[in-house]
Design a protein around this ligand. Structure first.
Ligand SMILES: Nc1ncnc2c1ncn2[C@@H]1O[C@H](COP(=O)(O)OP(=O)(O)O)[C@@H](O)[C@H]1O
Ligand SMILES: [Mg+2]
Length: 303
């Protein structure tokens, strides 16, 4: 795969921004993206939560990289950034909406059309729905509505007709917003690291998912598996024990692991690209690890 050079309008021209002469307006951008998404609509959409309430385990990194692996197979992917920190948004060099713009939080709470939020990324086939800082109050606001658990689902269901896959990058929390996001998904991939608290974190995540599904009266939610991120070898004795427990977890299948590979990931990220789509990293081990994980998870078929 060669580096993508096409650079569509990314996160610019949000409402209130001055309009440079000769460039498309925000209205024109929205209409163009909508027309693109209307073409060749997929038959079915799969919505996956990338989750763990433990922070810094590689959820966002893996979301970006799996999006790259899926796009290589010609799938149309939406990265839905569910974390107010917005790392998946900025990781694709997409701008975050400001306080006067339409935001994800406003769309969810006021049950608005989410399509105007969709942005192109530098990778053909990968779109992003950006996070915004007002999402930090979303949990309380959702609870206050009394119907918060179902509100993300309403938004996500409006997006399903346009994408093969929606990857929802969650924030590290067990709260109303993360529950509402989970209930909007068909399945989950749980990211974990190898750490003293990893097993406990995994147990809490599974328990929370079960509680949310029970409240939503759903019995069809499926945990695709877990991915062990930031693996550093050799490991000490204690970490080796945890690593083995994760690899052979009795409830969740291990889909693979991602070794610590800071240089490749950082270099591609600096370009706003997944490793699979950056010329210098597309053929490295790091890109191969993510391709393998996408295959093991059954997200794409082996070539
Ligand atoms: N395999 C990896 N190798 C090296 N650094 C990584 C790897 N995975 C994640 N990181 C880094 O670790 C930090 C946390 O990762 P991130 O994906 O943001 O986790 P989370 O979304 O779970 O909080 C980031 O700085 C990221 O660049
Ligand atoms: Mg994250």
């Amino acid at each position: 795969m060669t580096e993508t050079t096409a650079a569509p309008t990314i996160g610019t021209q949000l409402s209130g921004s001055p309009q440079p002469p000769g460039e498309e307006t925000e209205q024109e951008r929205q209409e163009r993206v909508r027309a693109d998404l209307e073409q060749d609509r997929p038959d079915q959409c799969r919505v996956i939560a990338m989750c763990n309430q433990k922070g810094g385990v590689g959820k966002t990194t893996t979301t970006i990289q799996l999006a790259g692996s899926l796009a290589e197979y010609g799938r149309r992917v939406l990265v839905l950034d569910g974390d107010p920190q917005g790392n998946a948004t900025t990781g694709f060099r997409v701008g975050r909406p400001g306080p006067n713009d339409l935001t994800q939080a406003k769309v969810v709470l006021d049950v608005l059309d989410p399509l105007p939020l969709i942005r192109e990324t530098r990778v053909p086939g990968i779109y992003a729905l950006p996070a915004s800082i007002d999402m930090s109050g979303l949990s309380t606001a959702l609870r206050d509505t009394g119907a918060g658990l179902s509100l993300y689902r309403i938004m996500v269901d409006k997006l399903r007709p346009f994408f093969d896959d929606i990857l929802l990058d969650q924030r590290p929390a067990l709260d109303m917003d993360t529950d509402s996001q989970l209930v909007a998904c068909d399945s989950a991939i749980i990211m974990t690291d190898v750490d003293e608290w990893s097993m406990d974190g995994l147990k809490m995540q599974l328990a929370q998912q079960a509680r949310a599904m029970k409240r939503a009266e759903r019995d069809d939610f499926d945990v695709i598996g877990l991915i062990i991120g930031r693996v550093q070898k050799p490991m000490g004795k204690f970490d080796t024990e945890v690593y083995k427990l994760l690899q052979n977890h009795r409830r969740v299948r291990c889909l693979g692991e991602v070794p610590v590979r800071a240089a490749d990931l950082k270099e591609a990220r600096n370009k706003g690209l997944p490793v699979t789509h950056y010329k210098k990293t597309a053929r490295t081990d790091t890109a191969e690890f993510f391709r393998d994980i996408a295959q093991n998870a059954g997200l794409v078929k082996a070539a």
